[in-house]
Design a protein around this ligand. Structure first.
Ligand code: B12
Length: 212
């Protein structure tokens, strides 16, 4: 089932992808493995784009498909909740980058794990993060980015938070696409996460008796 699912997404067969999503969820499939299949499919889409087999319309369609699938999956994730708010997370895709599918998955995984989230959207200017830290007073700032150019935006955002005297008030995590420990060190973030569960684990570690 999983291979077929990955392939229908990668082949842009939206109707079949949605039908399979519903079928798998109704059959008791693990919602997280459905999201993981989506990630694999996006890797294939990305490669086809690099090889000039796919173009911008396919990227857009892939993005829309993933949003629809995520919306189907979300209700199935909502059982693992305890009632107390874990902490506050300020989230956004950094300046110059409009990829928001990964960020939105991070948002809803934090949400179902009972964090209070303020999502600033995409292409978020450095100063907006600084202003929102002052007003929202988050425990954690989560920066998302999928483009190589977003790494310098992440670095600039962290630097601006530092310059505003707010760096010791928040933990900063980064993620998205190819973000790894090197980019984390470059951006001077506290940690990076490879997926939405990693974002939840990091945020939990820093709040609720964590070491913030
Ligand atoms: C869909 C897509 C688009 C869609 C985005 C739609 C949307 N609403 O987001 C559209 C069409 C808009 C788009 C545009 C472009 N794209 Co694009 N896109 C993609 C694609 C195919 C999928 C990205 C995606 O959503 N993946 C799915 C998610 C779920 O992936 P994920 O990484 O597993 O997500 C997890 C983690 O990242 C993590 N995470 C995410 N954020 C955070 C944050 C924190 C704090 C933490 C801890 C974790 C975390 O959690 C997520 C959930 O588990 C990728 C290819 C790829 N392989 O990624 C290219 C890709 C990212 N795009 C690329 C490019 C080049 C572009 C364009 C420049 C194309 C162009 N010429 O115009 C533009 C850029 C526009 C801009 N200014 O941002 C390149 C980037 C190359 C680079 N190194 O810079 C890629 C890699 C394709 C490629 N192989 O060439 N794109």
């Amino acid at each position: 089932m999983s291979d077929e699912f990955v392939n229908v997404i990668a082949d842009m067969d939206e109707d079949r992808a949605m039908a399979l999503t519903k079928e798998m969820l109704a059959g008791g499939a693990d919602p997280m493995s459905i999201l993981d299949d989506c990630r694999q499919a996006m890797e294939i889409v990305g490669k086809r784009f690099e090889l000039n087999e796919y173009f911008i319309p396919e990227l857009i369609l892939a993005g829309e498909m993933l949003k629809s699938i995520s919306a189907e999956v979300k209700p199935y994730l909502q059982h693992s909740i305890d009632s107390k708010k874990q902490g506050k997370v300020l989230l956004g895709t950094v300046q110059g980058d409009i990829h928001d599918i990964g960020k939105d998955i991070v948002n809803f995984m934090l949400d179902v794990n009972n964090f209070e989230i303020k999502d600033l959207g995409v292409d978020v200017p450095v100063e907006t993060f600084v202003e929102e830290i002052k007003s929202f007073q988050p425990d954690v700032v989560a920066l998302s980015g999928f483009l190589t150019l977003s790494y310098s935006s992440m670095k600039e955002t962290v630097e601006a938070i530092h310059a505003a005297g707010l760096r010791d008030k928040v933990k900063i995590m980064i993620g998205g696409g190819a973000v790894d420990e090197k980019i984390c060190a470059y951006a001077q973030a506290d940690a990076f996460g490879k997926d939405a569960m990693a974002a939840v684990d990091l945020a939990k570690g820093w709040t609720n008796g964590g070491s913030k």
